[in-house]
Design a protein. Sequence first.
Length: 585
Amino acid sequence: MRLAYSLRFRLAVLYLLIFLVLATIMMTAMPFYYQKSISNETQILTEGTLTSLVRNIETYLDDLNRLTIAPYLNDDIMTALKLKASPGFNDTDAYTQLVTDRALRTTLPLFLQNSRRDILATVLVSPDGSAFIASVGKEISQPVPNYPFTQQDWYRKALEADGDVVFISSHPQDYLSNSASTQVFSVARMIKDPDTRQPLGVIAADADTIVLARIVSDIKFNVSSIVCIFDAEDKLLYSSRRLPDDLQNQVLEKNPQIRSNGDSYVAISKPISPSQWQIVVLLSNSEIAAKTRWLYATGILFALGGLVLTFLLFFALSRWIIHPFRDMIAVMKQVQNGDLKTRFAVTGNDEIGELGRALNTMIERLVELIDREYKAVINQRNAEYRALQSQIQPHFLYNTLNGFIGLNRLRDTAGLEKGIFALSGMLHYTLEGEEWVRLGDEIHFIQKYCDLQRIRFRDRLMVKIDCDPAVENFQIPKLLLQPLVENAIIHGIEPVSRVCLLSVTARPTQGDGPARVEIEIQDNGCGFDEAALDSKKGLGLPNFRERLGLVFRGARFEMSSRMDEGTRILISIPVEEVEEAGQKQ
């Protein structure tokens, strides 16, 4: 248990707390910071790459858009479209119909020919449902007989756009007779008469979806990624890898953390204008974490190495610090056991050396203080003895001698002789040099004192003294009890005219606590009001209280009194303190 309160234990706890904080930062915070930094840099690089990718796609869509406005650039084609869209076209002469049909079936495909192999076909549909097609590698391509062009979604969207470009999501190219229903995406537009703003037809340019894969394949990311393109209606137009439904839904919901098949992804998206498409890149978090996994391993290795090294340094340093303090504790224990000559060996001028010098100075001051206080106590006690003796002798001798005169006049030689012997014994007792006496001797002195007082008070004073043999040999200061007995006689018995009893009892007691010696002095004299207890300053009473507390720190002093019933004084002293006092004498 003492280990938990030791300085070395507290230093060890402080060291471990500091090390754990630093190790935690080294093993977790720093790798996490670098992982976050790498992730942010990867996202920034990806956003830049994605911007370049979006521009490539937008450029391609612009090429398709420009292809849809090609008819406006040829007057023969526009004239043919106007004639074809006019209500009376079927009533015109055969030559006009021939020229119109030749312009749309021959001139238009030649004019729409494109060197780009990924633009698979361009189709122009007149209001009456006739289709004129220009396909890759062929001058003239035939549509599927009776194909319902006017019922297709892209056709209706182009009409609704009223001349603005429309971007059509992935759909099969199933309107060509020689087509294998290739998946294409289209750019469509309604052709309008520049003069009357009347619709002349709808033109659509089809591009193979594989062109998106080619554009995306030219772009490389520094971690594994999935590139996907969604159209304006959130339909998947292209994906570099198969995209599960749950992953697709999370992308569309724009969840901050996308998880699928035990991996998580960071989504970075960019809009593709003016198609209102959206391109999304999913970056694998597991690969980003793998790039920083070595940082965690390095942090753990450094933390373990630092723990071993710093622990050895701490052990050596703490031993160097704690050892002088242990020496100081040993010196203090020797001083506590009474060896005031021991000193701490100071080696150095640091704070520990200053503390050691302060400890030695304190011990020296303590020795001086003890010596000075001890002498002061001795002088005080001697002064008290002399004061008591001086108080007893004049007053008491005057009364006693008057009593002797009375006995002489009464020719009571026996009583006179007994009184003289009692006075002689008392004077001999008080003039002896011992400062400590047996409790039995003190009680015997009290008996002689009461015998002399009975010469004065005669039958008015009755004395009862009882001392248990078990406490007779206990040592107490000389004349400790005499002032209390004198107070009882002078202030309690003398003022009344009736017969009074004075009892002095000394006995051992054993209660719940340690054994004690009880001395009781009681009279049935006049007594006094307990409210005025502090004002009762009898002969020797202040000196008695001071002496009792000085020699017996655990002693108790109790006084109780009632008017016309008497006064009781109880002195209780621990047996242990009485025995220690006797051993010192």
